[in-house]
Design a protein around this ligand. Structure first.
Ligand code: SAM
Length: 296
C-alpha cells in the first residue's frame, strides 16, 4: 500500500496546478480576519529536495517548477502564477532551486499568527510521517500545527465543524490529495466530501485527482459535481494537460484536475488567466490543454 512517495513527483505539473490553486484560494480566504482551520488529509513529507536521489535531480520537476523557473519572469505573468512562483522562490533564498515546498509548507507560509490560524496534517506513510513531523518541528510552531500519523479521511471528521475562532466564526479549508495508489481512494474522496458537507457545509474543499484513462478517475469529478449540486454549493473544476511530445511513449502523468466546493468567486478568472500561460510554458505537444468550468 505504501509504495507511493511524493518525493518522486514533487514540483511536477500536477503540483504546480495544485499549489497555485491552493495559494490563490488561501489568499482570498485570508482577506477576512476570522481565524481558519486548515486541514491537509494527505500531507506527504512537507519539504522535498529537488537535488536528491528520489527526484533524480529534478526528475518530474523538470516538466514543472524547474521549467517555469528557467523562463525569467517578465512581470506580465498572471497574478496567481506569479504569487505561486514567489512563494516557492522564498524557500530558495540563494536563487538556486533546491527545495520544493509541499502543501503543508505552502499553507504554513501563508498562515497568520494574529488570526490564530491552525494547521492539521495527516500522513500515514511510516517514513514520510516521520520526515513531516521532523520538518514541522523545526518551525517551533507549537500548537499552531499538529501532525498525526492517521488516516486523513477519518481524522478530518474531528475538525468539522471547525472550532470557532476568536471572533466566533467557524472557517475551514480542507485539501484532499490522496495518491490514488489504491482504487478505493476514488470513492473514498466522494464519501469524504459528502460527509464533510453534512458536517460543515460552508467549508472550502479542494480535491486533487489524476486525469488518467481509468473509469474511477473519469467518474470522480462527475460525482463531486453531483454532491456539490445536491448540497446547493458552488463548485469549480480546473484541469491542466501538458500533453506529450509527438512520437514519445505514453508513460507518466500528463494531466490532472482540481475540484473545489465553495471556491472563492475570484478563482475562476484567476485560473482562466493562469492556465493558458501554464500550457504555453509547460506544454509538450499532443493533447496539451486546459479547462475551467464552474457551477455559475
Ligand atoms: N499533499 C501533498 C503535497 O501537495 O505536497 C502530497 C501528498 S501525496 C499526493 C499523498 C500522500 O498521502 C502520500 O504521502 C501517502 O503516503 C499519503 N497517504 C496515503 N493514504 C493516506 C491516508 N489514508 N491518510 C493519510 N495519508 C495517506
Amino acid at each position: 500500500m505504501f509504495s507511493y512517495r511524493h518525493a518522486f513527483h514533487a514540483g511536477n505539473h500536477a503540483d504546480v496546478l495544485k499549489h497555485l490553486t491552493l495559494i490563490a484560494t488561501l489568499r482570498h480566504l485570508m482577506q477576512k480576519e476570522g481565524g481558519l482551520t486548515l486541514v491537509d488529509t494527505h500531507a506527504g513529507a512537507g519539504l522535498y529536495r529537488l537535488d536528491s536521489d528520489f527526484s533524480e535531480t529534478g526528475g518530474e520537476a523538470k516538466d514543472g517548477i524547474l521549467k517555469l523557473l528557467a523562463i525569467k519572469p517578465d512581470g506580465d505573468w498572471p497574478e496567481a502564477l506569479r504569487d505561486y512562483m514567489e512563494l516557492v522562490a522564498g524557500f530558495n533564498p540563494d536563487g538556486r532551486m533546491r527545495i520544493y515546498p509541499g502543501s503543508p509548507f505552502v499553507m504554513q507560509r501563508l498562515m497568520r499568527e494574529q488570526a490564530r490560524d491552525k494547521l492539521k496534517l495527516f500522513e500515514m506513510h511510516p517514513t514520510d510521517s516521520k520526515v513531516l513531523a521532523a520538518n514541522i518541528a523545526q518551525l517551533q510552531a507549537g500548537r499552531q500545527i499538529a501532525v498525526a500519523r492517521q488516516d486523513g479521511f477519518e481524522g478530518l471528521k474531528a475538525f468539522l465543524p471547525p472550532p470557532p475562532s476568536a471572533s466566533g466564526s467557524r472557517r475551514a479549508l480542507v485539501l484532499i490529495d490522496p495518491s490514488y495508489e489504491i482504487k478505493s481512494d476514488y470513492p473514498k474522496v466522494g464519501t469524504c466530501i459528502q460527509d464533510s458537507l453534512k458536517r460543515f457545509a460552508t467549508g472550502s474543499y479542494l480535491v486533487w485527482y489524476p486525469v488518467i484513462p481509468r473509469p474511477e478517475a473519469h467518474e470522480l469529478p462527475r460525482r463531486l459535481k453531483t454532491l456539490a449540486n445536491q448540497a446547493g454549493k458552488p463548485w469549480l473544476h480546473a484541469t491542466l494537460n501538458i500533453g506529450r511530445a509527438p512520437g514519445t511513449e505514453s508513460h507518466g502523468l500528463s494531466a490532472s484536475g482540481m475540484f473545489l466546493v465553495n471556491p472563492p468567486f475570484t478563482l475562476k478568472a484567476q485560473l482562466q488567466a493562469a492556465l493558458p500561460t501554464l500550457v504555453t510554458l509547460l506544454g509538450r505537444g499532443t493533447g496539451q490543454a486546459w479547462a475551467v468550468e464552474s457551477s455559475s
